[in-house]
Design a protein around this ligand. Structure first.
Ligand code: CAA
Length: 697
């Protein structure tokens, strides 16, 4: 076995190199190795200075996240940082790639820091539901002051070397490799006669209005604790001697370590990486993907085209008329203007993307040579079939034919072609160049390399891609329609849409379901309701009409200025629309329903029970391969709070027997709607969790 930490001595300088691929995470073996190497170097009379560096792509990416939740193993990270700092010999961190979390804390424990120009540093623990726990809040705040430290720790952002230098986090930037840089820096230290220097001995950071900062961050994080806790860590640095501050930081860190939020965030960290890693695609190479076609240049088609252009893919955009093609081009230019303004692309790139990489067209023959076509036309099976028939006739053999449908049967669409093996669903979320989620909908006959290409496209577009089987609404919209139905039932029984939205945002969603409908356009839900009524409502469904009446009166939400809420120009958000309350009251009266009250806890009990139950059905039916797939869909497409890890992780944390009991109780009211998913019953009977299924997959 290769050693994870090695030491060599050159010209009186000990080079301690960490070699723990892929990112030099601080596993127990690495911590032990660093500690042993520092002690040995101190004892070696030939050594005058010590350099710590990382092999491979990073200095150190932080603590080993896989060890979280397991019993702590010595040496612990805070003690290691303290031990490093106490070294009587000058100690240099020579950084490259990323130095994150515990990695930066090790560097802050060193006496000097030099980094390559492309290095990035940061304390991203908040994204794992934690704060730095090895002196990060104490040492960083001593270097950069309270406000900058709070901003850096509570955002968890990666700080580029140039900014780190100007903030005083690092001492120098050097062009060479970390080994040469470390040696050169240490040589200079020795020739200049410089000795050890400890960050912990710098003056404490100044006081600020700690409570104001804490409360503002709690609000901004929609209930997420860790960014706000960062304030308390820095406060301790300001108010207490270093050794006491370290203890307080550790106490805060340990408290967060025990929370569901920490478990939710870490589940998210691993799931967002695992989600696109499908066992069935191991060894399957994607097809070539050098150009794409998009049919339809409305908001969705233009968004997809924008995302593809930004990923460097030339796009042929097909519209019905030259005027429509021109309008679509205008939409794409508008999207790219946004990227230009945010500095994501240069003016030259903007010109190339809009003038060279984008080809508007009005004839299907323009799509003859593209590798993949995505249609984003009107949601109507007849229209889709016509489009796919034309594509079948014109596209080159092996080209992938994709539909952006959000609920139609992709098997049926595939059957409209002579090459169903090349057909797939690519369900983007609007605005497609912004939203992270991509559902890759796989019909029965799709070839594995077509699925692999879907995932390759998702990766190129920097999306979180999730595989879904074919069903009405796929993973996301099918779950949405169930929890939305639970909300509508509550409205009939006495809750107001506004109370429901408040309860849902209180849970941590950015918006409640009614505000979301206003944003998406109430006509969309109206069309879905009409279609579902025509198909025949499922058993247990309770139809509601007040929303139809809103639409009949021309209130389609934000785009018309009124929906569930009334929107005033120039103001953010809306105020409850009293007409909605009247329509609901009339419907209750007509149906002979006596309204009762629902508090926020009851609202969320029902909302979440509906969400979890539908999600469990989707996993049980194999529509989603793993529970984590559902979690990622809700997180990246529907605003589920990241710190809760997704509905099925949340359900695990509540305890599945409790969720099942809730469903059984609710089923007394409406047995069909609340019938517990077979998979949920099975897991409870076996004493297992959804996460157990993730691990088995
Ligand atoms: N511990 C364990 N594994 C880690 C890890 C860590 N800290 N960081 C990354 N990895 C793993 C990933 O899970 C991934 O594994 P697989 O290949 O098996 O999926 C692999 O390393 C490569 O990671 P990415 O795919 O994410 O590669 P990337 O190049 O896109 O990003 C990165 C690299 C910027 C380091 C990114 O992985 C990242 O942000 N990691 C988390 C860093 C972090 O949060 N550090 C703080 C940890 S908490 C702490 O240190 C404080 C404490 O006291 C507890």
């Amino acid at each position: 076995m290769t050693e994870v930490v090695t030491t060599e001595v050159i010209d009186g300088i000990a080079l301690i190199t960490i070699n723990n691929p892929p990112v030099n995470a601080l596993s127990q073996a690495v911590r032990q190795g660093i500690q042993d190497a520092v002690i040995a170097s101190e004892a070696d009379d030939a050594v005058q200075a010590i350099v710590i560096l990382g092999q491979g792509r990073a200095f150190i990416a932080g603590a080993d996240i896989k060890e979280f939740g397991k019993p702590l193993m010595e040496p612990n990270l805070p003690d290691l940082c303290t031990r490093i700092e106490a070294s009587p010999k000058p100690l240099v961190a020579s950084m490259h790639g990323v130095s994150l979390g515990g990695g930066l804390e090790i560097a802050l424990g060193c006496h000097y820091r030099v980094a390559t120009p492309d290095a990035r540093v940061g304390l991203p623990e908040v994204h794992l539901g934690l704060i730095p726990g090895a002196g990060g809040t104490q040492r960083l705040s001593r270097l950069v002051g309270s406000e900058v430290a709070i901003e850096a720790i509570s955002s968890g952002r990666h700080i580029k070397a140039s900014e780190a230098l100007s903030l005083g986090i690092i001492d120098d930037i050097a062009q060479g490799d970390p080994r040469e840089n470390g040696l050169a820096f240490a040589r200079k230290l020795l020739s200049d006669g410089k000795s050890r220097r400890a960050v912990s001995e710098l003056p404490a950071p100044k006081a600020i209005d700690w409570d104001a900062s804490y409360n503002a961050l709690l609000k901004k994080g929609r209930g997420q604790l860790s960014p706000a806790y960062a304030v308390r860590g820095v406060q301790a640095a300001s108010e207490r001697p270093f050794a006491e501050g370290i203890k307080e930081e550790r106490r805060l860190f340990t408290e967060l370590m025990q929370t569901d939020q920490r478990q939710g965030m870490i589940h998210t960290f691993f799931s967002e990486r695992a989600v696109s890693n499908l066992p069935e695609l191991k060894g399957v190479s994607p097809r070539a993907l050098d150009s794409i076609g998009v049919i339809g240049g409305g908001t969705m088609g233009a968004g997809i085209a924008t995302a593809a252009l930004l990923a460097g893919l030339p796009v042929t955009l097909l519209e019905m008329s030259p005027e429509a093609a021109e309008a679509a081009k205008g939409r794409i230019e508008g999207n790219l203007q946004g990227a230009l303004k945010r500095g994501k692309i240069s003016q030259d790139q903007f010109t190339t993307l809009t003038e060279t990489a984008l080809t508007p067209a009005t004839d299907y023959s323009a799509l003859a040579q593209v590798d993949l076509v995505i249609e984003a036309v009107f949601e109507d099976m007849r229209v889709k079939k016509e489009v796919f028939g034309k594509l079948d006739a014109i596209c080159k053999p092996g080209a992938i034919l994709a539909s952006n449908t959000s609920y139609l049967d992709v098997n049926e669409i595939a059957a409209a072609t002579s090459r169903p093996q090349d057909v797939i669903g690519l369900h983007f979320f609007s605005p497609a160049h912004v939203m992270k989620l991509l559902e890759i909908v796989v019909p029965d006959q799709t070839a594995p390399d077509v699925v692999a290409t879907g995932f390759a496209l998702g990766k190129a577009l920097k999306k979180i891609s999730v595989r879904s089987g074919v069903c009405d609404g796929f993973i996301g919209n099918r779950i949405l329609s169930t929890y939305r139905a639970a909300a509508d039932h509550m409205v009939l029984d006495g809750a107001s849409p506004f109370d429901i939205d408040t309860a849902v945002t209180g849970f941590g969603f950015p918006m409640g379901p009614f505000a979301v409908s206003d944003l998406a356009g109430l006509d969309i839900g109206w069309a879905v309701r009409k279609r579902k009524r025509a198909e025949g409502l499922p058993k247990g469904a309770r139809d509601t009409e007040y929303a139809d009446k809103l639409c009949e009166a021309g209130h389609f939400g934000q785009k018309t200025g009124t929906g569930y809420y009334i929107y005033e120009k120039g103001k953010r958000g809306g105020t409850p629309n009293p007409a909605v309350t009247e329509l609901i009251a009339a419907e209750r009266q007509e149906k002979g329903l006596t309204p009762r009250s629902f508090d926020a806890a009851e609202i969320m009990r029902r909302y979440m029970a509906a969400m979890v139950n539908e999600a469990a059905k989707i996993v049980g039916e194999g529509i989603a391969r793993r529970p984590l797939d559902v979690d990622m869909v809700l997180l990246f497409g529907y605003g589920f709070p990241r710190y809760r890890g997704g509905p099925l992780k949340w359900a695990d944390l509540q305890g599945l027997p409790k969720i099942l009991q809730d469903l059984e109780d609710l089923a007394q009211e409406n047995p069909h709607f609340w019938e517990p998913a077979p998979l949920l019953k099975q897991l409870v009977a076996e004493g297992r969790s959804f996460d157990d299924l993730n691990k088995e997959a």
